[in-house]
Write a protein that binds this ligand. Sequence first.
Ligand code: FAD
Length: 455
Amino acid sequence: MIDRSRIREIRALPAGKGKYVLYWMQSSVRSGGNMALAYALAIARTRDLPVVTCFCIDPSYPEANLRHFTFLAEGILSAGKRLSRRKIPLVLRRGDPVKEISDLARDAALVVTDRGYLSYHRRCREALARETGCPFTVVEDNAIVPVERASQKEEWSAGTFRRKIGGLVPFFLDLPADAVSVRKPPDIDGIPYRDVKTLIHSGIDSTVGPSPLFRGGEDEARRRLEIFIKDKLPIYPSRRNDPSWDVLSHLSPYLHFGNISPLECASRVLETQGQGTGEFLDQLIVRRELAINFVHYNPRYDSFQGLPSWALETLAHHARDLREYTYTARELERAATHEPYWNACQNELVITGKMHGYMRMYWAKKILEWTRSPEEAFSLALVLNNRYELDGRDPSSYAGIAWCFGKHDRPWPERPVFGKVRYMNAAGLARKFRIDGYVQQVEALIEKYGIPGRE
Ligand SMILES: Cc1cc2nc3c(=O)[nH]c(=O)nc-3n(C[C@H](O)[C@H](O)[C@H](O)COP(=O)(O)OP(=O)(O)OC[C@H]3O[C@@H](n4cnc5c(N)ncnc54)[C@H](O)[C@@H]3O)c2cc1C
């Protein structure tokens, strides 16, 4: 049973029209644990109709490059294979999703889609609903607690949000079974999913290449989840912040592309009832869904002006403070600073497509410290994050960067440049962690893979 609060009927289904139920896969690139698909199958069964799944590759998707498209394509291949075992076709289109999905919707009894939270997703859904006039339902399956159910407003901090969402989580952990399609699908005008790689080799930004370490797809997501549970979860509380240890789950790219359901991750971890469960779920649910709350309720989530007023005031007050070092965008992108820890994490990002979580905080704080103005720092951090991180362009990208500029945090003792925004320094890294070990690990990565764009 899918909880009613996950389902939003934009236009209701009239009786007796259409040849199939169309599932427009947008943010949940998976076959398993996909509630939008489960909903489409359930409706199709009541109407004795087949289900057709479609994904539209949009070459002009904001800030997407070959790194992201490759991971996406791997996820599509994996989902397509699994769907075909369930007798559900996955066809592809390339171009403007509104135009392409409208075209497929002409013969559909109903269009069902999953829910992305960024303004791009919202715009596409609204335009599709407006332009096609087709019956249309959105099913929210990439948050454990649906965003409006968790809170009716933009939350102030993890503390305020935790109090609201904590008690709701147990009511939202049910995943529907992965049903098969009952009816033979019709022939649909689209590109077979197997040919996905041919769709991503022209007309896209190919200046950032694929990650040598992360491959997309459902199987890979589950493999990483199981490794995490077996080998890392018990030491997650004590070691997760230390960049010289590999104890993170590495699930963020898979969650970002919808290759795995957050409900599945939470349920599997809860089954263990072992050490680390609470700490991990706090990140996966409270932190991740606080980011969703932020982008859902704050229309300026991607701009400096979206920061809280206390942070804007204090950063403006210190905007002209003397900076000991300033670097250009190009120097930062090329990791050409005086500081080896920062250079290491920037190189880790450029090479692998995933920077360690703790270093992400340090990284963005230093961009604030080393650029000419806080506005410039904010937009540069966002550009670099979204260009290189596989999990970039996610609600957590915007919340993560904004946190480094005061969002969801509180004022701290005042100091130059940062004002009352929390400060971090290299001495703290050296005191708390084996930070030289981390730098050596990144040097080994450089040795093995080189640094793309800098050969
Ligand atoms: C400056 C900055 C930029 C960031 N950019 C991104 C980004 O582009 N994409 C992204 O997904 N996350 C981002 N984060 C949040 C966090 O750093 C990553 O989610 C985390 O490092 C992902 O690695 P993991 O899955 O191995 O983490 P794990 O520690 O194994 O965490 C498990 C899951 O919990 C969630 N999570 C963990 N920490 C956070 C957090 N601070 N905020 C929100 N969710 C969290 C993620 O979904 C993650 O996959 C950013 C944080 C900062 C400070």
